[in-house]
Design a protein around this ligand. Sequence first.
Ligand SMILES: [Zn+2]
Length: 207
Amino acid sequence: MTADAPSTPATIDRPSREEAEAAVRTLLRWAGDDPDREGLLDTPSRVARAYEQWFQGYGEDPLEYLERTFEEVEGYDEVILLRDIRVESYCEHHMAPIIGKAHVAYLPTNRVVGISKLARVVEAYSRRFQVQEKLNAQIANTINEVLSPRGVAVIIEAQHQCMTTRGVHKPGVSMVTSQMLGEFRNNPTTRAELLTILGNPTSRFEG
Ligand SMILES: [Zn+2]
């Protein structure tokens, strides 16, 4: 449905668990340590298991989460906003964590989804290698295409550990991206209402 919303492409040749663990041993040696010392012996298998959780988004289809909708909302057609959704993602350039929050809003037509489903969509796209701009667009486009609402707004504020712990080494800096579609994009009043409800997103960042 969305052009940029694939799960694991069928052509990906996944290595075996043993190969993944061997790769972790190689990185431990590359860092300068001895993978055969006692404290590191179980590290490769722990890292492989951690990867299964951190990257479980590849096994999920975000579109599925939005398929079940509710129509008995007594004509409610104002903004629905889920704020402060925890984002745990991974920079595709450095494989370093991106930690922050997403705020997801939409203007329903005649149907709504369970609010936990919006968080599920955020999670399914976050638990992959990402760039924040792409993550932001994928969440907004998926909600827009599946629910066909009058408007969608997705704002993400996050810290990139590839920037806070290395490189330019700027702790405390967070990046804010925002994708507005439909009435949030076209109607300044609607957009202003949303931003008022949200307040200043950057002031509430808690890492
Ligand atoms: Zn990076």
